[in-house]
Design a protein around this ligand. Structure first.
Ligand code: ADP
Ligand code: ASP
Ligand code: MG
Length: 417
């Protein structure tokens, strides 16, 4: 069971979480619980680091920001004890959760679950702070923002759990962010591939890494709400959204003889910036001079478009990078100006990437066409396009984000009745 920041924000909410955990144990389960820091706490701690030194040491940053989860794990153990349950906290270093040494974005390598399993078998509820781990030389690490989801899946894999229930402030995964589109519909299940694409293009309901880990380790993941009353349907009756394999989904659809929507979900991401370099020579190796240095600097390039003006032997290249890396990107390209041979560099952070995702796309033509037409009908201009087997993404003006998501939600027939 994993509880996010909003679910853990304050005494009353932690008490409710404790009751949900207690019910799950009473239903006959051995339970491990992974918790986030209280909502807003990690942001507050990050701010202190920035104030201390804008060029802070990432290892010390991890010491500071990992503390939010230490507080909530201890508090939840106390609340459980108050309900008469046996419970104790297990900090990252006590299990331990071993990670690589990429501070602030560390990857979990192993979790030693022996002591944990023994304690759980003895009827003790294990409360584990999410988001944190330990390097080989015993320095504290954190797993990147939203990383408690990944902690939960990793613990579930380590103890070979029947299921990993991710309790949050919405009651499942929706066709799009229900806080933006009121007509969003809750999905009964989503495939791992779809969830991976949705998370990576902006649906922050699960951290992307948690989904790839669940897929790799075959962990059954359910997303459900912690904002429930004592008489709510039990988690075992799957009231939320299950993340399933495609095979499992097909089996279920056949059983129900139900048509699945072509598009499963729509996501928006405002964190990218667009860069255009004009009048680059149209010759082999030209784009390699641009993207080679960016790759070396660990800057992730997402969408790329190149237009050749045939008569001039020149081309404009447009691409997107995370907004957080824009300044570094511009500095690098400036440095390489003579090697690359660009004429003008134009940067724009006021863009949003809108993506439609669905495994149904594999067997159906016309998905992209529907998207382009729906946006055109509302006068929304497309600045760049990229596709994968189960996803189409377009780049548009940031001001049109909500409108675009709503228009596409309707165009693909996803609106709730
Ligand atoms: P937690 O603190 O529990 O980890 P998050 O804020 O990280 O919660 O994730 C839950 C939020 O994800 C929801 O409040 C919702 O606004 C947002 N969200 C974005 N896309 C979706 C989606 N497709 N379905 C459900 N929630 C979504
Ligand atoms: N507290 C961390 C964050 O806010 C981890 C998490 O909540 O998943 O990013
Ligand atoms: Mg989260």
């Amino acid at each position: 069971m994993k509880f996010g920041g909003t679910s853990m924000a304050g005494t009353e909410r932690i008490r409710r979480v404790a009751r949900i955990v207690q019910r799950q144990q009473a239903a006959g389960h051995e339970v491990a619980v992974v918790v986030s820091a209280m909502a807003g706490e990690t942001d507050r701690l990050v701010n202190f680091c920035r104030e201390a030194n804008p060029l802070y040491d990432p290892a010390e940053y991890d010491v500071v920001v990992a503390s939010g989860e230490q507080v909530t794990s201890g508090l939840l153990a106390m609340h459980l004890q108050a309900l008469g349950c046996k419970a104790r906290s297990w900090l990252g270093w006590q299990l331990p959760v071993r990670t690589d040494d990429a501070h602030a974005k560390a990857r979990i390598e192993t979790i030693d679950s022996e002591a944990l399993l023994a304690s759980m078998a003895a009827g003790e509820i294990a409360v584990i702070p999410g988001f944190q781990g330990l390097t080989a030389d015993n320095r504290v690490t954190t797993l990147g923002r939203g990383g408690s989801d990944t902690s939960a899946v990793a613990v579930a894999a380590a103890v070979k759990a029947d299921r990993c229930d991710i309790y949050t402030d919405v009651d499942g995964v929706y066709t799009t962010d229900p806080r933006i589109v009121a007509k969003a519909r809750k999905l009964k299940n989503v495939t791992f591939e779809e969830m991976l694409e949705l998370a990576s293009v902006g649906s922050k309901v699960l951290q992307t890494r948690s989904v790839s880990l669940a897929m790799k380790e075959c962990v059954r993941v359910q997303v459900l709400s912690s904002f429930i009353d004592d008489d709510a349907p039990p988690a075992d009756s799957i009231p939320g959204t299950m993340i399933v394999s495609e095979d499992e989904l097909i089996g279920e659809l056949e059983g129900l003889e139900m048509e699945r929507q072509l598009i499963t979900g729509i996501a928006a991401d405002k964190n990218d910036a667009k860069v255009t370099l004009t009048r680059i020579a149209d010759r082999p190796g030209a784009v390699a001079t641009i993207f080679g240095p960016l790759a070396e600097a660990n800057i992730n390039v997402d969408m790329i478009i190149q237009n050749v003006a045939k008569d001039k032997g020149e081309t404009d290249v447009t691409f997107t990078v995370p907004q957080a890396d824009l300044a570094r990107t511009q500095a690098l390209l400036e440095e390489q100006k003579d090697t690359i041979g660009w004429y003008r560099m134009i940067a724009d952070s006021k863009v949003a990437k809108i993506s439609v995702v669905g495994v149904g796309m594999r067997s159906h033509a016309g998905v992209a066409g529907t998207m382009f037409k729906a946006l055109a009908d509302r006068g929304i201009n497309i600045q760049a396009i990229s596709t994968s087997e189960i996803k189409v993404s377009v780049l548009i003006d940031e001001d049109e984000t909500e409108l675009a998501v709503r228009v596409l939600h309707t165009a693909y027939g996803l609106d709730a009745a």
